[in-house]
Design a protein around this ligand. Structure first.
Ligand code: PAP
Length: 317
């Protein structure tokens, strides 16, 4: 990592800078905010742009932080690998012993790994990333790789990010953010890989241009109609459920395995390799928790920004 930070040091020194949520500063690169000197960072984005080679069979899942990354990682991993772990009522499944972040690799980490996550040249590679569509490594777009994009109500993203950031700030003995500060940063577009609205808009546009390649989903739809959306997702990934699987209850089994209740229990203890506690990724797992945090005025401000920026997108949260 140190050598990557060194490579891009001069370039980063020229970028606009603002106070960060978890790391000290955020940097504006190609229209979006990024952390620096971190695994998920402006340096890893630049290094991926310079070196990463996609394969046509790759599948990328993309989210903004706190839009449901952990849940979608679990579901995609479980769907694609279900024949490997189908016995014993899934009791030996990796998701029963490990964080979904350890099961489906983050693209940003590939540039700092000594060995790549996928050594078999014929395997379908699944990666997760937060990188905005306009900054993705070009080979992903050139190959027309499949992309699953999930977004979430911006007000719930703000609330989830506020709690996550303060959990890590407490962990690192940093001052805590007030909700007022968090709200101001978020509404100015300042979050990792934000502005929120530009990120969503970019992927929504490519999902309209290339519906066969880009599957667009919301956390809210996945919560309200989990079964149907998991079946749609399986089909898009190229791993549709057979009639027999549906009759045997495999869809329900995967939904249960990846549920908030199950994963939060498995991840009560321990840390990810990057030192983030496993339980930091599981708080409430509900929709509309924003009603417990935002004042009417804050809610109106975010509604107005959302209406102005996303009015033509037909997304309902
Ligand atoms: P990340 O982008 O940093 O990996 P991410 O997983 O997107 O974080 O965000 C965590 C949110 O997803 C939390 O939301 P909350 O703060 O509103 O509660 C977390 O509770 C929720 N979450 C995690 N796992 C699940 C799950 N299996 N089902 C539903 N929600 C989940």
């Amino acid at each position: 990592m140190a050598s990557i930070f060194e490579t891009y040091k001069d370039k980063i020194a020229t970028l606009p800078k603002e106070r960060g949520w978890i790391t000290k500063d955020h940097y504006m690169y190609q229209g979006f905010w990024h952390q620096s000197r971190h695994v998920i960072s402006v340096e890893s984005t630049m290094a991926l742009q310079d070196t990463f080679k996609a394969r046509p069979t790759d599948i990328y899942m993309v989210t903004l932080p706190k839009a449901g990354t952990t849940w979608l990682k679990a579901l995609m991993f479980a769907l694609v690998n279900r024949t490997r772990y189908k016995n014993d009522g899934l009791s030996t499944h990796p998701l029963l012993v490990s964080n979904p972040h350890n099961c489906l690799p983050q693209l940003e980490m590939e540039v700092v790994r000594n060995t790549p996550s996928y050594v078999d040249p014929h395997s379908t590679r699944l990666f997760s990333t937060h990188i905005p569509v306009t900054s993705l490594p070009q080979s992903i777009l050139d190959h027309g790789c499949r992309i699953v994009y999930m977004c979430r109500n911006p007000k719930d993203v703000l609330v989830s990010l506020f709690h996550f950031a303060n959990k890590l700030r407490r962990h690192n003995s940093s001052d805590l953010l007030t909700f007022e500060e968090a709200f101001k940063m978020f509404s100015k577009g300042m979050m990792v890989n934000g502005p929120y609205w530009d990120h969503v808009k970019g992927y929504h546009k490519v999902s309209l241009e290339h519906p066969e390649n880009v599957f667009f989903l919301t956390y809210e739809d996945l919560t309200v109609d989990t079964m149907n959306n998991v079946k749609r997702l399986a089909k898009f990934l190229g791993y549709p459920f057979t009639k027999e699987e549906e009759a045997e209850g495999v869809v329900q089994e995967i939904v249960r395995l990846c549920s908030f209740e199950n994963l939060s229990e498995v991840n009560k203890h321990g840390d990810l390799r990057e030192g983030i506690p496993n339980d930091a990724f599981f708080r409430k797992g509900k929709i509309r928790d924003w009603t417990n945090h935002l004042t009417d005025e804050m809610s109106t401000i975010l509604d107005e920004i959302t209406k102005e920026k996303l009015h033509d997108l037909n997304i309902s949260f």
